[in-house]
Each structure stands twice: as structure tokens, then as C-alpha cells.
Design a protein around this ligand. Sequence first.
Ligand code: MSP
Length: 499
Amino acid sequence: MTSPFYITTPIYYVNDKPHIGHAYTTLACDMIARFKRLDGFEVKFITGTDEHGQKIAKAAATRGIDPQAFVDEISARFQDLHSLLNLTNTDFMRTTESRHKTAAQALWQQLEASGNIYLGEYAGWYAVRDEAFYQEDELVNGKAPTGAEVEWLKESSYFFRLSAWQQPLLDYFAKNPEAIQPESRRNEVLRFIESGLKDLSISRRTLKWGVPVPTDADHVMYVWLDALTNYLTGLGYPHPDFKNYWPQAIHVVGKDILRFHCVYWPAFLMAAKIQPPKTVFAHGWWTVEGEKMSKSLNNVVDPVQIVETYGSDALRYFLLRDLSFGQDGDFSQSAFINRLNNDLANAYGNLCQRVLSFIYKNTDQKIVAPGAFNSADQSLLAMPQELLPTLRKFIDNFQLHRYGEAVWQIIAEANRYVDTQKPWALKQEDPNRMHTVLYTLAELIRQVAILTQPLVPLASAKILTLLQVDNRSFIALDQAIKPGLSITEPLPLFAKYST
Ligand code: MSP
């Protein structure tokens, strides 16, 4: 029986078209999902769209169209982007689907049955952009700490007894240090909980665009309670089989939505007698050429344009290699192009091209049987398998940027090996040795291409297809190339761009 592995992205608001920040979270999850699949896990990887709430209702009204028609249109754009990004998600959740309404209402009923919901009146600040309630003392110059505009809200509302969960949450996080990562984010959450939790308004009466409260049709559920439940909907909740994957869940989120995922969500779950997720990992934010990305600055990086110009491998490689996962970073055109040229075209692309086209042109398009390996051959050939346990650690510890760094050290080593072994000179001097060197290199390229699949899946697939590799999972790392294998003409894997 293979082990289950469950990873999620936040579900994206459909008030606007997708940008590079959305692509980032999703690509990071896709890299982890791909790695785990190659490593033998049974992976569920879910992403989707968050389609209810005041923000979406307002955006639809501004466009003068019915909210359902509006969310259908924008959700489709996210799904288009996802196929463009070459994602391997196993499901796409939309909160307007009936399976989700069923799950959200079932969770509500659990909360009510356990005595965690009461009817009261909310009077306080609300930021539509964040879909969040703020206390008076949190406001900065009359705005939310995020800079969002706030409005005064006064209406009848159901409340969740969040205050009762302050100590249980602190106890839970004390016992489960891996539950919030990285550590700096964990500390931020702990400080917030320690500062005191107030009961949370979880329904809106003046809004119609939401999941109806099951016991009171005058109210719709607070959009974050609705949205967070998608992580259970995707596993079939309320059907008990959702436990096949739960609580082994990993939620990857941006640092801005920590409070919802690390305070409200585990409290809702505990109150419904469901264990909190295994880990919430919060990554950092991208700026663009040193500035915050915003519509008013007109500097929003469009992932569709980037993929159409440079390909999805290029975007994926840059985002997941350039920035330490967890930190903030800057997207600049020059850093992007430099990485593509240096790491992809000059290092990886060049290694494959010089080796495979040499074989194609000089050894009758065949990978000829090697003679005895010397220590240089052996140590090069051992590198990919020796690295695998370290790569596992990088993935499990969310050090995604270190993955590419480590694999590219092997690529650099292989390029040095080509330079010192000089197969072109061996062609006259010692053809047998030339065959051994070329076999070593082709075999190394096969193994490296298996390892690079989570990071540059399209290019890796091209290499593995050229080498006629059927089993591409990590377990096949030691299934060496059969001598005599014919190859077709290798085409360059990566383009070079002028800066
Ligand atoms: N709908 C909520 C999530 C609900 S999950 C139950 C939401 N949606 S969002 O579309 O606004 O943001 C989704 C993700 O995109 C967040 O994790 C956010 O951090 C990420 N990013 C948005 N802009 C970003 C950058 N500039 N850089 C990196 N990630 C950013 O919040």
C-alpha cells in the first residue's frame, strides 16, 4: 500500500485575472507533488477558485453581470493558466460547486452541534479586499494593517466561539512544531493568539452571494469559513473516507493569509472534532523590479505572457530556484534572463546537446557498450543516487530553491568531465575509451533528467523520451541504459535570450 500525500494551494479569488503570485504558489505545490509522485507516494494535489463573498459580488456588480456568470468566466481563466503552467493537480475546486456547498454546510452543522455557534450582532470594521474583520486597535491611519480600506459593519450575525479555542490552539502548536512553518511565521501566529482571541463573526445577513447557513436561510456563511472548507471538500468530506488523506495535509499559502489558516482553520476543525492539518507553510511575496506589484503601478507580471514567450519550464525554474522559499524576493527581467541563459541554456542544455549530438554524429546514432569504468566515471555516475536522500530532505523541509542548486552542481560536474575527458580527442586516440566516456555521460544525463522532472518537467521529458526511458520514477534511477540504444537527432532544449 503506497502512502497518501495531500497538498493544497490556496483557492484563488476570482475578482481579477491571475498574476505571477498565484502562479508561484501553484508551481511550488506542483513541484512538491511531482517529487512525491516520483518518490512513490499516492498524491492528491488540489487547487481551485474562491468564488463567494462581498469582494466577488462587488466585482461582478461593477462589470454589471450576474455573479455566477462572472465567476464562471474568471475561474475558466485560472483553469486555462493551469494547463499553460503544465500542472499536475488531481482536482480543481470551485466553491460554487454543489459538492462544496454540501461540505461547507456539513462543517457548519458540526460546529453548531458541538455548541460553538451562537447568534449575536457584529458591530465593527470589515475590509472587503481582505474579506477580514479588524479590531479598532489594529487599524493604521484608518485602514487595515494590509492597507485595505475598511468599512463599518453592523448587522445580525452568527458567531464562532473562537475565544474558547485560544488555549487549545496554543497547546496544539506547542506539541506540533511542524504545524506552522517557517519558524518566524509560527512565532507570529503564536504572538497573535497570545494577544487574545475574540469570537468571530461567521455569517453575513446583508450579503446574498455565499453558501446559505443550513439552519437560517437569511444568512450566508462568512467567505473564509466557506473557502477553508474546500480543503475537506476535495477529499470528499463529509464522507468518512476523507480520512484516507486527512490530517496528512500540507497547505502552502502566502504569508498574508496566515491568520486564516493557522488560527481560524485549526480552531474550526478542532471544534468540529477533526484534527488540524499537518503543516501550513507560508511563503514570501514577490515584488517586481523592486516595487510592490499593483494594478495602479501597472507593473503586474502576467504569467500567461511569460509562458507564451519563454515557456512554462523557464518560469517554473526561475521562481523556484531564484528565491529562498519562505523569503520575499524580486522579479526582475535581467535576473530572469540571466538564470535562463546560465542555468538552463549554458549549463543543462549545453551538456545534453554536446553529449547527445556527439553520439548522434559520431557513433552511428548509438550509445555503445562501455569498457571498464575508472574512478572518475564511477564517481560521476554515483552522484544522482547519492543526492536523492538530500533532495528528499529539501522537499520535506520546503527548501525548494536548494533542489535546483544541488542538481545543477551535478550538471556543472558533468560539464567539467566532458572538458577533461575530451571525447572528441579520444575519437582518434582511443575509441574504446571514448565509448566509455559517452556511455557514462548519457547514463548520467538519464539520471539527472529523472531528478529534474519536478523543476523543468517539459525539458526532462524530452530528454527521457530521446533516451527511450519508460520508467521515470526515482526507483528507476539504477535501471541503466542498455548498450546499443539508438537515439534520434537531439534538438536544443532551451533557448538563449539577449539581456
Ligand atoms: N481566496 C484567498 C485564499 C483562500 S484559501 C482557503 C486568497 N486568494 S488570493 O487570490 O488573494 O491569493 C492567493 C495566494 O496568492 C495567496 O497565497 C497570496 O499570498 C498569493 N500571492 C498574491 N500576490 C502575491 C505576490 N506578489 N507574491 C507571492 N504570492 C502572492 O487569499
